[in-house]
Design a protein around this ligand. Sequence first.
Ligand SMILES: [Mn+2]
Length: 323
Amino acid sequence: MKKIINHLKNSNHIIIASHKDPDGDAIGSLIAMGLALEALNKNITLYNESPIPSAYRFLPSVERIVRQIKGTNTYDTAIILDCADFQRIGKLSSVISKIPVIINIDHHITNTIFGNFNLIDTSACAATVIIYNLLKEMALPINSAIATSIYTGILTDTGSFRFSNTTKSAFAICEKMVEAGVDPYNVAMHVYGRYSLGQIKLLNMALESIEISDNGKMSIMILTKNMIDETGTRPEDIHGLINYAKSIENVKLAALIHELSNGKGVSKKPENYHVSLRSDGTVDVAMIAGSFGGGGHYRAAGFNIESTLSDIKTQMLNIAVEL
Ligand SMILES: [Mn+2]
């Protein structure tokens, strides 16, 4: 951490990026880090490839996050947040990799240690926890905007303090964030409060799609491009739906097979899918995802696969037999 702090003090043009298809932690850590470094008079660019889900558009300075950059010549440093591997940034990862110094800040156990400097804390429930510790070490002030971003990362990555990663320090930091000006009710209202009609209809389709393995230990949920189109929702609206499949009695492992919408023109089989995996705590889904070239946490992981829907289902059900 000392080396990172020294480097940040001496750098001037910093791009900060987090993973595509961002969640509350990816966006919260991006904003918290950016605003804190701006207080040090650094020139900051906040980058994320994907549109910001509507639930997080209330975050302070969220409009500062850009989806495009004009080349990387001016940057001396890139800070990559909440990314288990460098490619999680998305399309621009190869461009960003040319920036002289890469700082990797993350909490995924599968992190590939891709940075020139790496600040990995797998015991942190959210990347914003690591940012909080970094800001404390740097003696940087935490205003209510930064506090709201840190709080949102912890709230969403712990599933509102319900997941097994919810620790004493998660509450301790959140308490400090509330003292610094966070309004928990306001954050919860935005993050969980409102759904469009399309989102509710998508939820209905997702629930309808659930299938259970013969032994009852695995649930499979399917979301197709058509469902997204039909309900007028966006791919980011899928976030969290898998928790319904996970919450079914006796289910140890839930899989959400999601058809990716990157097929242009005449698409021919096989298609691209993303498979999200969630475990009840008795199955290591990071390992399963890893065997398909993906990654993540012990209880939450995922991978991309190019195949047919029926083939992916068969592969998943083969795993169910072993549970
Ligand atoms: Mn995270």
